[in-house]
Design a protein around this ligand. Structure first.
Ligand SMILES: [Fe+2]
Length: 373
């Protein structure tokens, strides 16, 4: 039996960390089970492997339910099992309630007590967009492709003579932090008639598609997740990066933590590939440069050659997606320049635990008894 379901904390509390990878979250509870409190809601799965949509549920109804805590904890479990959950027509959801819901997802599912919502490092950048009412909120990241271009002007320009490599879009939110995000909640306020889809890929399933010996090898590795653009943007704009950012662990302007390549999700107790690939992953540690390249290319190859591991959201006005960054990567589709219409959204993120790998945890397929092939 899974050891972490037997104790009161998550992970191998009596073991010692190997390869500088934490093997537990001492303050986190044992993995959670769905209680059934959402059984009255209509839903469908996006694919057999990843994603669920609740087509006619208002997030505010869950937030204001008499058993709200039980329902929100169950939403956290469902998101962590399915990777990402979609909602439509959240026209009555204001910023305060979006923040509250996202915060409670983390809090009620066992996030460390002194963690909260992420604060974007360059919230002070004068190029940042305001919310539709003209205000700003340090816990809300406003998504807009035009603003993105202005803020990241310190980044190198792409060569205009070649088609873009969109594989670079895959990432997990705030992996540049010592304690990265567990839940991210994105609501799209405006969207063009088509274009701008977001994709999520299951890190659980990518782990399950590797051979047992290769999985074991990756479990010994960590990756540096450096994102120097925040420091350089802050220096260019003559302002300080925000600190702390949703956790006493997320301070300063280094933005170069090491995270395990394979990680245990604290809520399901399942293993997923985590820091093996992505926009914020700079290098696999303690291997030669060609090995680093091979490992990351292999993970990316599995993502791009296994589209049955991917859920895709065609956004509609006021649609929302909430995902668990510790078991899925996501990628935006930068094609909105081809159509008329704005694409604007607002995102809140909760900050989870320091990533760890419980060596006794299972893969998703092992835990659910699904054959690997
Ligand atoms: Fe993201």
């Amino acid at each position: 039996m899974h050891s972490s379901t037997e104790g009161t904390t998550n992970g191998t509390s009596n073991g010692t960390a190997q390869h500088n990878i934490p093997n537990s979250c001492p303050s986190c509870p044992a993995p959670l089970k769905y209680s059934g409190s959402l059984d009255h809601l209509r839903y469908f799965e996006i694919t057999p492997i990843i994603g669920r949509e609740y087509p006619d549920v208002k997030v505010t109804d869950i937030l204001n339910a008499p058993n709200a805590e039980e329902q929100i904890r169950d939403v956290a479990v469902i998101i962590s099992e399915r990777g990402v959950v979609f909602f439509r027509d959240q026209d009555n959801l204001n910023i305060a309630d979006q923040k509250k819901f996202c915060d409670l997802l983390g809090k009620l599912s066992g996030r460390p007590e002194d963690h909260g919502l992420h604060v974007h490092p360059i919230y002070r950048d004068p190029g940042n967009l305001t919310l539709p009412d003209g205000t700003t909120d340090e816990n809300i990241y406003v998504i807009n492709s035009e603003a993105q271009k202005k803020i990241y002007k310190t980044m190198a320009r792409r060569a205009p003579t070649e088609p873009r490599d969109l594989s670079r879009e895959w990432h997990s939110d705030s992996t540049f932090e010592n304690a990265p995000s567990d839940f991210s909640f994105l609501k799209m306020e405006e969207t063009p008639p088509h274009g701008g889809d977001t994709l999520w890929c299951s890190g659980y399933e990518i782990y399950d598609r590797m051979s047992p010996s290769y999985r074991s090898y990756l479990e010994t590795l960590t990756a540096t997740c450096a994102q120097p653009v925040f420091k350089s943007a802050a220096e260019a704009g003559k302002y300080e990066v925000m600190s702390p950012r949703g956790s006493p662990l997320n301070i300063g302007d280094d933005f170069a933590p090491s995270h395990p390549v394979v990680r245990t999700n604290r809520i399901t107790g399942w293993k997923a590939i985590f820091a093996g690939v992505g926009l914020h992953v700079t290098k696999i540690n303690d291997v030669y440069s060609y090995e680093d390249q091979m490992i990351r290319e292999y993970v990316m190859r599995l993502i791009t050659r296994n589209h049955d591991c991917i859920a895709r959201m065609k956004w509609t006005k006021n649609a929302a997606a909430i995902w668990n960054n510790s078991c899925v990567w996501h990628a935006a589709t930068p094609d909105t320049h081809l159509v008329n219409g704005n694409r604007t959204g607002v995102r809140a993120s909760s900050i989870g635990e320091t990533p760890y790998l419980d060596p006794n945890s299972k893969s998703r397929r092992e835990a659910l008894g699904i054959p690997i092939v």
